[in-house]
Design a protein around this ligand. Structure first.
Ligand code: URP
Ligand code: ZN
Ligand code: ZN
Length: 462
């Protein structure tokens, strides 16, 4: 199958030029000024004039089919991958979970079973490690050999996911020695637990107390400790879902010292704020996620962090629950399943609020939504760029068209949108995954199971 994309403005993290692009099979075969006369017969032509031709988005933080807080996230690998594709994301890295007593490969097998036969785009896995006695440490290396080269550890959720500092240190040392990367959920969960119990004892049960019991200092302390432990272990660290300036300052300070500290933020922390917890009719439950939404003043500081490369990635932390699941916490905010939907609108939101609003360049947009994640998580240059030999994961993006985000039209399997009614400039038009057109004219063409597991390389620095 040969596809010729003509006349588009090809934008990568470093380039910006108009050219034709030939895809042969699954990869980019040729890029040049005018290929029409050179390449002979092709199976398909796509006119990309006046459009951007971008590397497929990479979302390194999704939770498809995740059992959490007495419910399961409502998108599985089929519906989640479809929604991602509609939004211009052609690769996700999802989080497999090791439960207490489980071998790491057992945990991974369970997530392979969830994805196989379902995902229509490519996917990799991180592994959430919850139980790591010394005899299991070599299993980290075995995971890295299988292409699962990053691990998430939690400083929050005591009794469920939290691991102690000694375990974090040992995991960082063992993974770091083998080229693995620890992704940290950095919040002081022990203090937060006390605050939560206190609030409930005082009868403060509404969704807004989720945010009020998770102060920015709890996140900043976690980030500081994670980076300090990584420094002692001589390993890099990647902070997930960073939400506020307090925490960002810790990353900035570390990076100014030359430490290999990396961090992502998510659209919800750039566009939504804690006033949403005041909504009527239990509406605040829609935004119960961890870390919580913050005061609006944090948003411009996060944009600055993205511009200055103190934040390298924008992921979504897509972890949707329908309102009937959120209802589990109607009388107790601590029982509301944590997480919200987002995988579908990352590219449009970041283009609109970032590029169209003049906060970041087009190259930086590509870097934040695709290239950096590819480099940090061992996918580059197969993914994360447009170059001869790279996978033909391509998004044709109309920077002039506008759309309105709504649960009535989105493809995520969840009954609300966190961005209901928001107008965005910049719309994903056509999406190719390894040379196959998976989204075109508003229709999805990827058969369930046509996405492939991505065996990732080691962390190579960035
Ligand atoms: O609220 C969130 N973020 N849910 C997903 C789990 C996590 O901590 O990433
Ligand atoms: Zn987390
Ligand atoms: Zn998450």
């Amino acid at each position: 199958m040969r596809t010729l994309i003509t006349g588009g403005r090809i934008v990568t993290a470093v380039d910006d030029y108009t050219a034709d692009l030939l895809i042969d099979g699954e990869t980019v075969a040729l890029i040049g000024g005018d290929l029409s006369s050179m390449v002979g017969e092709v199976d398909r032509r796509i006119d990309a004039s006046n459009k951007l031709v971008l590397p497929g988005g990479i979302d390194p933080h999704t939770h498809f089919d995740l059992p959490f807080g007495g419910a399961s996230s409502s998108d599985d690998f089929e519906t989640g991958a479809r929604a991602a594709a509609f939004g211009g994301t052609t690769s996700v890295i999802d989080f497999a979970v090791q439960y207490k007593g489980q071998a790491l490969n057992e945990a991974l097998d369970a997530w392979f079973a969830k994805a196989e036969g379902k995902a229509g785009i490519d996917y990799g896995f991180h592994l959430i490690v919850t139980d790591l006695p010394d005899e299991r440490l070599p299993e980290l290396g075995a995971m890295i050999d299988q292409g699962v080269s990053s691990f998430k550890l939690f400083m929050a959720y005591p009794g469920v996911f939290l691991v102690d500092d000694g375990t974090i240190f040992k995991a960082m040392s063992a993974a770091g020695d083998r080229g693995g990367l620890i992704c940290m959920h950095a919040e002081n969960g022990v203090v937060i637990d006390v605050l939560v119990k206190r609030a409930l004892a005082e009868g403060r049960t509404a969704p807004k107390y989720h945010a009020l019991t998770r102060p920015t200092r709890a996140e900043a302390e976690g980030v500081h400790r994670a980076i300090a432990i990584a420094e002692m272990a001589g390993s890099p660290v990647y902070i997930v879902h960073l939400s506020c300036y307090d925490a960002l300052r810790e990353v900035q300070a570390a990076r100014d010292l030359g430490l290999p500290a990396y961090a992502e933020t998510c659209p919800q922390y750039l566009f939504l704020d804690d006033s949403l917890y005041e909504g009527e009719n239990f509406d605040g439950a829609k935004y119960v996620m961890t870390p919580p939404l913050r005061d609006k003043a944090n948003q411009e500081m996060l944009w600055r962090g993205l511009r200055m490369n103190d934040l390298q990635v924008i992921s979504t932390d897509h972890c949707p629950f329908c309102m009937k699941e959120k209802e589990l916490g109607r009388d107790d905010f601590s029982k509301i399943p944590n997480g919200g939907p987002g995988v579908e609108h990352r590219m449009s939101l970041v283009y609109d609020g970032g590029v169209a609003a003049g906060r970041i360049s087009l190259n930086r947009f590509v870097e934040l939504t695709s290239t950096s994640a590819a480099k940090i998580f061992g996918l580059f240059p197969k993914k994360g760029t447009i170059a001869v030999g790279s996978d033909a994961d391509i998004v044709i993006f109309d920077p002039h068209r506008e759309a309105t985000i709504s649960a009535a039209t989105h493809h995520m399997r969840v009954d609300y949108s966190a961005y209901e009614g928001r107008r965005v400039r910049g719309v994903v038009e056509t999406v190719l995954s390894r040379g196959r057109v998976v989204v075109e004219n508003g229709e999805y063409h990827a058969p369930a199971g046509s996405g492939r597991f991505i065996k990732r390389g080691i962390f190579a620095g960035k």
